[in-house]
Write a protein that binds this ligand. Sequence first.
Ligand SMILES: [Zn+2]
Length: 88
Amino acid sequence: MAMGKIKDCNEVVSKLYEFLDGELTEERKLVIREHLDECSPCLEAFEFETELRAMVSSKSREICPEGLKNKIAKLINSDGREVQIPSE
Ligand SMILES: [Zn+2]
């Protein structure tokens, strides 16, 4: 069984966020990649985090839906005033 430079899986998992945030040096990334190659539980955790992040970021891009616009429109209407966007 090959031993990577990182023996402690907790160390790898604790670095996953920094890895995904791109806050690690190339050298550190390589060490973690080497560990992931040899350690499937860490690889699974890594892939899970990667997918989770992709999901969260794609959702947050759609976070300004029609419903929110309607809510804002209702707030304006309940005030009884029309909001006019001044034209130049
Ligand atoms: Zn591991």
